[in-house]
Each structure stands twice: as C-alpha cells, then as structure tokens.
Design a protein around this ligand. Structure first.
Ligand SMILES: Nc1ncnc2c1ncn2[C@@H]1O[C@H](COP(=O)(O)OP(=O)(O)O)[C@@H](O)[C@H]1O
Ligand SMILES: C=C(OP(=O)(O)O)C(=O)O
Ligand SMILES: [Mn+2]
Length: 536
C-alpha cells in the first residue's frame, strides 16, 4: 500500500484494520486535495477559487438512518427514545464490511481535533473516500500544529464511504444509507450518503455524549464576543440563524454551530463554519459572502453559471446549499476558539406559524421551559424529505444530535444560568405577518437590530408587555425596529385567525412538554403557556 504523507509510526501500515488499501493520503493540504478532487472527477473549481461538489440524492442529513450501538455501557446512558439502536453484532458486521469495501481503494485521512479547549479536546482520525470530503472535514474541525501531528493519537475514528451500500437485513439498519455510532469504542461508520454534514454532526454527537459527565454543557449554538468581553451564545436548530447571526462585524466570532461551556468559559468544538448559502447576498451577509469568493472554501450543491460563478439564488438541487470554510476566513474570528463565560443566551425559534414575537425576554424558568421545548422549524433541505418549513419541537434546539436525555443538558444549563446570572432571550427568525406561505420571513435587519439592543443592554430598560399566550415579556418599542413588527398579532390581517393559530401552538407546547414534566421543578412547569379562554 502506497502511503503519501505518513510522518511517523502512528501511521501504521494496517491502519485501523484497513488492510489491502491501494493507497492512503495522510493529512493532505488544501492545494493537494484540490488536485486529487479535480483529477478524480469529484469536484470543480468556481470563479475566485472555491471547490464545488454535488452530493447527489442526499443533500441534507438522514436522521432516520442514524444508529447508536446499544452495549453494556450505553444501555443506561443513552436516551433511547431519541436514538435508534443497533446491536454490537450488527455494528461488527458493518465494520467488517466497511473494511472489505475499502480494499483496493485510495483513502484520505485527516488527523484533527474536536474541541478548542485542550482539557476537553477529542482527537479524531477521519478516513474518507473522497478528497473533497477530506478538505471539508479539514476545514470544519481543528487542525493540529505540525508538532501535535507528529505525536497524534486518535481517540475517535470516522470511516466515511459514500459508495458503501448498507444491507438492512445484515446490518440492522433501515436502508442503504447508514450512520452508525459506537459511542463506547468511539467509531463512526458513514455509508451510502455523500452529504458532508454527517461527518461534522457525528463528532458533535460524540462530544454531546462525552462532555456532560465532565461537567461541560455541550450546545448546538454559535457564539460571539463583544468589546466588553461579553460572550453571547445563539442556540438554534439547523438553518435557523446561528451562523448568520453570529457573523457580526462588531463582535468577535467564536464559532458558528457547536460549543462547550465549561469551567473556563465557552469553547468552539470546531475550527470552521458550515453556512447555508441559499439566497446569500453580499448586502445581507457580507462576511459569509466573502468566504465564498476564495480558494479553500468548499461549496456543497451550489449551482454555477457558464462562467463558473455561483448562483446562490438557485436552489434547484436543494435549499440546503452550503459553504464550509476555516473560521479564520471570517475576518474578526477568534484565533483561539475560546471565550469568557456567557452574559447572554439567545434561543432562535424559527416560528413557521408567525405567532411568536421577534424577541421576548425569558426568566430562568422560562429559559428552561423553552430550551427543553425547543420549538422551531425544520428548515427546507436540512433534513431528507423536508421541502418546506415544518414546525417541530427539537429539544435543546438540537434533538438529532443528542445521545443523552435532554434533562442532562437542561440541568447543566439551568445551573450555569443561575451561577453566571445570564440574560436569556427568545428570538423568532421565522415568519411575521402570517404563517409561512402568507407572511414573510423575519427581516434579518430587524433581527440584527433587536440582537444589538439585547446584547448592548439597552433592551433591559425598555418598556415591556406580557404576551397573552406565552406569558413572557415582549418589548413594545426598540430603536431602529419597526414597532408594528414587535406585536405579531398586529401584523396579521385577521386577528381571530391569529388567536386561533396561537391557541393551536400553545396546545402543541402543552402536549409536547408532558415528557419533561417529571424532570423539571414547579417554577419551570409554571412557565408553560396557557390556553386563552375564548371570552378573553
Ligand atoms: N431573520 C433572520 N435571522 C437569521 N437568518 C435568517 C433570517 N431570515 C432569513 N434567514 C436565513 O436563514 C438561514 C440561516 O442559516 P444559518 O445561519 O446557516 O443557520 P444555522 O447556522 O442555524 O444552521 C440563512 O440562509 C439566512 O439568510
Ligand atoms: C450542518 C448542520 O447543522 P446546522 O444547519 O445547524 O449548521 C446540519 O444540520 O446538517
Ligand atoms: Mn449552522
């Protein structure tokens, strides 16, 4: 077997039981991976330099094809209501078949870290069939220094073979696509899909399993820091605004998607960003737009015109077009990925019903209630089969990535909010003036102005009203924001229709929260919305 780039003994010949490979390319650089990706016909180069690849059938995550191995250790630690199980026997068969499938292949390997905080860092070795997947994960995780690389010892291993087709009868999965996670042996097998986000979210899933027992709150959130060293974290499900809203020229970017909150503060799990690029414009999102105009960025499922210029308005392949780039492509990104304790928590709810106000202040009990509820929308394209926004309750705003029971994350957050006296806000990046299909998407400018007021503290002294349905405090006017938009009921033509939709949503919250009742105290239960009697 030819080994390109092997530097020392840790790159053993039979790496991880991968015997009979044709060749293996270790920790290749961006230019080298460009050449391999182009020469192997995997990708093409866009105007100004990004590498562009298509992912075929799978243009978003396949949550129904994700499995977790149930063994003696995970039987009691994994939240099985939310994680499909696979037996160790099936996993062993799958691993053996992955190794067999890899025989004779060229593989690419990257040695990277998950977690910027050294105390909690997860060394990950990622074997990929595609050179462009090797560049993607190299962009997304943390790249070791040459010194660290010399002694790199992997703790977690990912084998990513899109051309592998799983067999449900033999492997105990659902179809040809499989994302199998063995949390005890720290191995992930990804087959039958070319969507690169599966690799990134597998690392996130492992950190969500490994960190809480160490007292670290793992979060599906972005984070940035103001001049006053005031860290803000933005929780949100896929496509709801974490990346967009954390890219703010007046605040240092810490990370766009996945963070830990430990004894020393907040730290990014990753070393790159994975931005949605549908309808991306230089006007609305200049920082992110600039990353799509340079060598090293990977564009996923983006359509190019005849001059290889990306057409970000073209969602013909998927609404979930993406750009994956190293975080230092954002000019004011933190060089360390670490930040002080949060001063503000923002929970992004993309309300497809147009009922939620653009912003609401949350008491600690309301923050817990909404964190566990995780009301938002699955935005078009982020999951297989989601073609328009679907109202959903994704607990902790990241249910597809949670191996543990939500109460483990909720209790950690509850204690951290109390210990650090954190301000909490609920921000609707979804619809206003009516539900999806009638109303319009919340203007990004309005959201940014509201966030500016919340983060600068001026909102704290604003005048508030109490929302009739949810009971939380809503500002009645905010400088720079159209006052009308602050009252969602007022933005609807038909107020009766608004009230009816709001009641339906309240009932959905009540129905959903039943599963958490026994895990929270009475103050959190009291933070639930109440059905308005028709008379009121
Ligand atoms: N008011 C808004 N706030 C944030 N994003 C918005 C808003 N309105 C529309 N969007 C769009 O929603 C998408 C959010 O994507 P992104 O920030 O990548 O989500 P996430 O990082 O949570 O996965 C972007 O395409 C952005 O342009
Ligand atoms: C990459 C993903 O996460 P997010 O959309 O939250 O960035 C994803 O959900 O596939
Ligand atoms: Mn994101």
């Amino acid at each position: 077997m030819k080994q390109v780039g092997a530097k020392n003994s840790s790159y053993g010949v039979e790496t991880f039981g991968l015997k009979g490979l044709k060749s293996i390319y270790w920790n290749q650089s961006e230019p080298a991976l460009y050449e391999y990706a182009i020469s192997r016909g995997e990708a093409e180069i866009a105007a100004n330099g990004p590498l562009v690849a298509d992912t075929g059938v799978h243009t978003g995550r396949s949550p129904k094809d994700k499995f977790v191995v149930r063994d003696a250790e995970t039987a009691d630690s994994v939240w099985w209501d939310n994680n499909a199980e696979m037996s160790s026997e099936h996993f062993d068969l799958l691993l053996a078949d992955f190794r067999k499938h890899a025989e004779g292949m060229d593989l690419f390997a990257q040695d990277l870290y998950g977690g910027a905080e050294k105390d909690y860092q997860l060394p990950v070795r990622v074997y990929t069939e595609y050179a462009w997947h090797s560049l993607f994960i190299r962009n997304m995780l943390l790249r070791p220094t040459a010194e660290d690389l010399a002694s790199f010892a992997p703790d977690m291993t990912i084998i990513d073979l899109p051309s592998f087709k799983a067999d449900p009868a033999r492997h105990g999965c659902r179809g040809e696509t499989v994302i199998a996670c063995d949390l005890s042996r720290k191995i992930v097998l990804i087959g039958g899909t070319s969507y690169a986000g599966e690799m990134k979210k597998s690392v996130f899933t492992f950190l969500n399993y490994l960190l809480p027992p160490q007292g670290v709150m793992s979060m599906h959130c972005s984070a940035n820091v103001g001049e006053a060293r005031d860290t803000a974290v933005f929780f949100g499900l896929s496509g709801t605004g974490k990346t967009t809203l954390s890219a703010d020229p007046s605040r240092t970017l810490v990370g766009d998607d996945e963070h830990g909150w430990g004894k020393t503060g907040v730290f990014n799990f990753e070393g790159g960003c994975y931005a949605k690029t549908i309808k991306l414009s230089a006007e609305a999102e200049p920082e992110i737009f600039s990353t799509t105009q340079r060598f090293g960025t990977v564009l996923e499922n983006v359509v190019l015109d005849e001059n290889r210029v990306p057409d970000f308005d073209d969602g013909s392949k998927t609404e979930n077009t993406r750009a994956a780039y190293p975080i230092h492509f954002i000019s004011n990104a933190s060089p360390t990925g670490c930040a002080p304790m949060p001063k503000t928590i923002i929970m992004l709810t993309a309300d497809a019903f147009g009922v939620m106000p653009p912003i609401a202040r949350l008491t600690p009990a309301e923050a817990m209630y909404h964190f566990l509820s995780g009301y938002t929308a699955k935005v078009a394209g982020t999951e297989k089969g989601v073609t328009e926004p679907q109202a959903t309750f994704s607990t902790c705003f990241g249910a597809p990535f949670l191996p543990r029971h939500p109460s483990e994350y909720g209790n950690l957050l509850r204690d951290l909010i109390a210990e650090h006296n954190v301000d909490c806000w609920l921000v609707n990046t979804g619809w206003t003036g009516g539900a999806y299909g009638v109303g319009e998407r919340m203007p990004i400018k309005a959201t940014r102005a509201l966030l500016q007021a919340a983060l600068k503290g001026s909102l704290r002294t604003a005048e508030f009203r109490t929302d009739a349905n949810f009971g939380f405090a809503v500002p009645v006017n905010v400088p720079g924001v159209d006052t009308a938009i602050l009252d969602p009921r007022g933005t609807w033509e038909d107020k009766t229709a608004y009230d009816a939709q709001a009641s339906k949503l309240v009932q959905m919250f009540i129905n959903n929260f039943g599963t958490f009742e026994d895990h929270v105290d009475s103050t959190v239960r009291a933070a639930a919305p109440t059905l308005q009697s028709a008379a009121e």
